[in-house]
Design a protein around this ligand. Structure first.
Ligand code: ADP
Length: 257
């Protein structure tokens, strides 16, 4: 709380009265802190790949380039890190467009059942690489919804790829498509590593990751769920998560018919 204090005096400089203004700056401060934290996060996330690109390319220039095997290995690292930066910048641009309401939504009829089933079929190969079972189940009759098909596709791809990433080999990922009252829901359930209870409320925050190193190894930017939430909210829908450590995670998206 900021306190402003002023004393009024008469013509002979004798105090006549005073004014006290109490200004609650908690919200402002919170926003300011969030902004600061965001900039610090962005800087850190960008510096990490730059540092490795710089050191690997310097080592190559210093002579490592004479060894073919080392060169190939180092160039692979440089390439991976450049890809990471590209993803990060792409996600940041999209978030900033969502924040500034600069996204032009391409709204139309979306056959959500077919959309989700097609995504699942396309991602099955990826699941099979990890010997994971990826299935979709449709419960009841699912009407089309109104939305931006590409953006919704992006959300479901993101949720399913998280489920694949954070579920060990031989795990199971099940996607349910159903209807409750006037909503269509899509639930992505996995029996993977789960999320500790104290982290659960934070996973939709920008850059929040339960395990930074693990997310990094998986190529994550830590922005996927925050983007998904913005997109679903822009559709007037909701996204919710429940999880138990070492048991699995369920993410449910609800969209109005
Ligand atoms: P990332 O790029 O790190 O995957 P996200 O925003 O998509 O970022 O997710 C934020 C964090 O939430 C992840 O780093 C991970 O810790 C956790 N998370 C998301 N989905 C799952 C899941 N299906 N199982 C376990 N943890 C998850």
């Amino acid at each position: 709380i900021k306190v402003y204090f002023a004393v009024f005096t008469d013509t002979k400089s004798r105090p006549e009265g005073f004014i006290v203004v109490l200004h609650d700056v908690t919200e402002e401060q919170k926003l300011d802190n969030m902004r600061r934290e965001f900039v610090a996060n962005v800087s850190h996330e960008l510096r990490t790949p730059i540092t490795s690109i710089k050191s690997y390319s310097e080592t190559l220039l210093d002579g490592a380039v004479d060894d073919r095997e080392t060169t190939e290995h180092f160039l692979n690292v440089i390439n991976t890190e450049a890809d990471r930066m590209t993803r990060l910048v792409k996600d940041l641009l999209q978030l900033s467009r969502l924040d500034n309401q600069q996204v032009s939504w391409n709204m139309g009829e979306v056959p959500i059942k077919d959309l989700v089933r097609d995504i699942v079929d396309r991602m099955r190969l990826q699941a099979e690489h990890k010997h994971q079972k990826l299935e979709s189940y449709v419960i009841g009759v699912i009407p089309n919804i109104k939305g931006d098909k590409d953006r919704l596709e992006q959300v479901f791809v993101n949720l399913i790829s998280n489920a694949l990433k954070y579920t060990p080999e031989n795990g199971e990922i099940t996607v349910y498509i159903g209807r409750i009252y006037n909503d269509v829901y899509v639930k992505v359930a996995d029996n993977g590593i789960g999320i500790p209870a104290d982290s659960l409320p934070r996973v939709f925050e920008r850059f929040y990751r339960v395990d930074k190193a693990r997310s990094r190894d998986m190529g994550g930017t830590g922005l996927g769920l925050s983007i998904a939430k913005e997109i679903i909210q822009a559709h007037g829908g909701t996204i919710s998560i429940s999880s138990e450590e070492k048991k699995g995670t369920e993410i449910t998206v609800r969209l109005a018919v």
